[in-house]
Design a binder for this molecule. Sequence first.
Ligand code: NAP
Length: 310
Amino acid sequence: MGIRNVVIVGSGCAGHTAALYTARAKLEPLVLEGHEPGGQLSLTTLVENFPGFPEGIQGPELIANMRRQAERFGAEYQLAHVMSADLRTSPFTLTVGKETVQTRSLIIASGASARWLGLPSEHALIGHGVSSCATCDGFFFSGKDIAVIGGGDSAMEEAIFLTRFATKVSLVHRRNEFRASKIMLERAQQHEKIEFIPNTVVEEVLDPSKKEVTGLKLRNLQSGKASNLPVSAMFLGIGHVPNAKIFEGQLDMDQDGYLKTTNNVFTKIPGVYACGDVQDRRYRQAITAAGSGCMAALEVEKYLEDQGIE
Ligand code: NAP
């Protein structure tokens, strides 16, 4: 298909914004959508903190709008997952299924995926009481009992945040030691609405047949005893996994696999930029992802211009 000016890997907020800007710059971007088209927003419900929507907007609708906007200016989308990338020489080569795509510049917007427990009942209830985003979905469980899973800072932060809505928050953790920082742990432990359930794992989320969360089937790992915890929602706080594995050995990463960038979006390879959650472990918001997608697109424009490609 010839050498592309710019290929964007990923189709969340960062990818769509990069597509919109590079399309309007007439660079005819190709977006390879990845295995979770639309990214994390497509897994949420009402988004109330994306400026411009005073009544809020559904996550899937917001992401569909972004795509339509980019397509209006000629961005091309391919439902494809990049298997490997060769960034050693320019043009860069991406392997997509049995095909290869060559490009003069690359924007990596492959995001991060929430880590899930991996239970079939959990999977069946995502968006129906199972969530990985307390700030997105906590509001819907006002006056209800909620469970948060995990023992790190994310879980503590989610549990504390959810006390705004919940009658009670049960924090279920598989050990009795916590990765969370002391201050966050203490804040959660001292909160009157938060109950700790340590040494315990979730075996099943009830009840997929009712299409809503009615409780959790738990097992205490020390006593072996099973129990039921009646809750209306389960929030996962067990970490995120950046989708950057295919760039291992070619781009710098931190100890958890997030791509390292300088000046917001520059990787160490000229012409290769990273934006959104794949390089941001701190803010992880739709609006910050969109902002960094814009930055990456502007840098691509400049880079190609410097190469004499208009
Ligand atoms: P994390 O520190 O890696 O903690 C993940 C937690 O989830 C651990 O308690 C872990 O249990 C548990 N877990 C992982 N896989 C599990 C599974 N399959 N089943 C049950 N439990 C599982 O991740 P994080 O809390 O997302 O934090 C990531 C980084 O962001 C950290 O550096 C953290 O300090 C930072 N962060 C900071 C703030 C803040 O300061 N406000 C807020 C959020 C995140 P084990 O301990 O048994 O492995």
